[in-house]
Design a binder for this molecule. Structure first.
Ligand code: NAD
Ligand code: DAU
Length: 340
């Protein structure tokens, strides 16, 4: 049996990864280690709650003593670090928590990897570390040019991993993912926000001219890619992980409205995000050479995603009907409307 520590496993991608790994492999134990910030949600892990190979441990990756305790208690072989502050908009107003978790927390986990001489430390990173890419596609050796506090903090985490590989031979790998969509995504991110708003006949707050481009990837493809790198990735290496196809935000928004049978008049242009990166684009040749590929194109991914939110309204209503979410939404969006 291999013992996995999945940090941030109560969030969106981490919980999907836990589901996939427990389905795919009989010979693993999974410990989810999560601070349970606003983004952590045990409902995301309800389908595996009774699986004897799954354990949950509430803790902060910045807390050395608790990380140490869980490493010893569960004899961890492999750490997959999903834990992070993840929302770009929040990083513009409260950057401190991003630096703390995404950089310092990564360092604490790398120290644990070093102390316990584990088999693998895998870091979940993002295409945003390359900065806005107006032409061509980012390859793994490109310079890092992060432009938001979120992406700067993630770049710091990546570089810490590389430093621990170089300095201490820690067996690290890194994947840099694009915009994931699918089940269990907190409805602050654009796709679950727009799908749920549209279902409630509320406006869809589209930033700026809506012509920014993102590579929207189905979360299961991302999770399979991470597993591929765990199985076949070379130690010390970075792998881009996206679809390699970009969609403008306005196209994505219209696709959602079309799938739900809602009018385009729900689109409400609002003032742009400060420093909004216009485009991200990944070259994914390196991970494809390991034998992985996407199973979902954009149309399939958005259709499957919309269907999940239609079929699981209790899941997102529980979040959106709460005071904490309503307060965030008002703070983030009120008074930003611009004329159509
Ligand atoms: P999320 O915000 O849904 O979940 C993050 C999880 O981490 C939550 O469960 C939260 O409680 C936990 N967490 C936060 N701070 C913690 C701490 N200090 N200690 C322990 N747990 C903590 O995030 P997500 O969208 O699932 O992203 C997961 C990872 O993937 C992140 O590292 C993110 O940077 C990266 N990523 C996300 C995307 C995307 O499109 N969502 C794309 C590429 C990379
Ligand atoms: O690229 C990978 C990254 O994707 C991850 O590293 C981040 O954790 C994840 O949050 C995501 O970052 P983005 O900033 O691209 O995602 P977000 O869903 O916030 O926004 C996607 C696009 O939609 C972006 O161009 C901004 C736009 N947008 C977003 C929101 C929340 C809107 O037009 N309106 C909105 O209300």
């Amino acid at each position: 049996m291999k013992n996995f520590l999945i940090t941030g496993g109560a969030g969106f991608i981490g919980s999907n990864f836990v589901h996939l790994m427990l389905k795919k492999y009989d010979d693993i134990n999974v410990v989810v280690y999560d601070k349970m910030t606003y983004a952590g949600n045990l409902d995301n892990l309800a389908p595996v709650a009774d699986d004897p190979r799954y354990n949950f441990y509430k803790g902060d990756i910045c807390d050395h003593a608790t990380v140490d305790e869980v490493m010893q208690k569960y004899k961890i072989d492999i750490i997959v670090n999903f834990a992070a502050e993840t929302h770009v908009d929040r990083s513009l107003t409260e950057p401190g928590g991003f630096i703390q978790t995404d950089v310092y927390g990564t360092y604490i986990l790398l120290e644990a990897a070093k102390k316990y001489e584990i088999e693998r430390y895998h870091q979940i990173s993002t295409d945003e570390v390359y900065g806005a890419v107006m032409e061509g596609r980012s390859v793994e050796t490109d310079p890092l040019e992060p432009r938001s506090p979120y992406s700067a903090a993630k770049a710091g985490g990546d570089m810490m991993c590389q430093a621990y590989y170089t300095s201490f031979d820690i067996p690290i790998t890194i994947t840099r993912g694009s915009n994931n969509i699918g089940p269990y995504q907190y409805p602050e991110k654009v796709v679950p926000l727009f799908v749920s708003n549209a279902m409630e006949d509320k406006p869809l707050p589209l930033y700026g001219d809506g012509l920014q481009m993102r590579d929207y990837q189905y979360v299961l493809d991302h999770c399979e890619g991470i597993d591929t790198v765990l199985q076949k990735g070379k130690l010390g290496e970075i792998y881009n992980l996206g679809t390699g196809a970009e969609t403008t935000n306005i196209t994505m928004t219209k696709a959602i409205l079309h799938l739900l049978g809602k009018p385009e008049s729900l689109i409400q242009p609002i003032t742009d995000r400060p420093g909004h990166d216009r485009r991200y684009a990944l070259d994914c040749g390196k991970i494809q050479a390991l034998g992985w590929n996407n199973q979902y194109n954009f149309e399939m991914a958005i259709e499957a995603t919309v269907k999940w939110y239609v079929d699981n309204q209790d899941w997102w209503h529980k979040i959106k009907d709460g005071e904490r979410y309503k307060e965030y939404y008002n703070r983030q969006y009120s008074g930003r409307e611009v004329e159509k």
